[in-house]
Design a protein around this ligand. Structure first.
Ligand SMILES: Nc1ncnc2c1ncn2[C@@H]1O[C@H](COP(=O)(O)OP(=O)(O)O)[C@@H](O)[C@H]1O
Ligand SMILES: [Mg+2]
Length: 209
């Protein structure tokens, strides 16, 4: 179960992980974008940490909505509205919940993926964040269906996201700035898939503490 305490640790931890990886994310965005993915994300998650102070007594849904608004208003770039939409959809998936179990997390994944697909007019195999998030979701769900708990499923999700990032190196970008490069985008990992992996890895590490 994810209770309020664990939930707040997850949000703080994933924000810190993004902040620590600013240079890596900017570097990944250099060859196939405009070198700003790390800076964009750090702006967003610095604001998230600030806003979190004001809403930490609120319910999950309010907190996630506050995060969404912080990201939408500060990130800029394509990733801002996409991550903003993710947290907004997650917020809608946890209304009224005081604890989150495996099934709730599956519902959150589904809401997030639908939100990104809709907002980004994108799908897996296009060299975007979805190439980390969708395999993570599939691995999480498969693990839970085989009796795995939250820790195990989050670990499997994190591993699948890492493989998803590797996979983005092998494919052509169809969406976003990287798509301007066509075939020349091959050989480079997608920055957004990498930031999604960093977030999923940080969630798994809090759950395994
Ligand atoms: N249509 C889309 N659907 C899903 N993800 C996308 C889409 N367009 C871009 N992205 C993600 O956004 C990332 C780029 O984010 P960022 O560099 O912050 O924005 P920008 O491309 O505007 O500079 C990409 O690596 C990719 O993962
Ligand atoms: Mg960029």
């Amino acid at each position: 179960m994810i209770d309020k305490n664990i939930f707040l640790r997850i949000i703080n931890n994933l924000s810190d992980s993004i902040i620590e990886n600013k240079e890596l994310l900017n570097e990944l965005d250099r060859p196939i974008g405009d070198s700003d993915h790390g800076s964009n994300m750090v702006r967003g998650f610095t604001e998230v940490k600030k806003k979190l102070e004001n809403v930490k007594e609120s319910d999950f849904s309010t907190i996630l909505k506050t995060i969404a608004m912080a990201l939408i208003s500060t990130v800029g770039g394509a990733s801002g509205p996409l991550y903003g939409t993710s947290f907004l959809k997650a917020s809608g998936a946890v209304v009224g919940k005081e604890e989150l179990d495996e099934k709730d997390i599956i519902a959150v994944y589904e809401a997030v993926i639908d939100g990104i697909k809709y907002r980004g007019k994108s799908d897996k195999g296009q060299k975007t964040m979805l190439d980390a998030i969708i395999p993570a979701y599939e691995a999480f769900k498969a693990c839970v269906e085989n009796g795995g708990d939250l820790k195990k499923a989050s670990d499997e999700a994190q591993k699948a996201a890492a493989e998803g990032v590797e996979y983005t190196k092998t494919i052509i970008a169809i969406k976003g700035r990287a798509s301007f490069l066509g075939e020349r985008s091959i050989g480079h990992a997608d920055p957004g898939a990498t930031s999604s992996y960093i977030i999923l890895k940080s969630i798994a590490s809090v759950l395994n503490e």
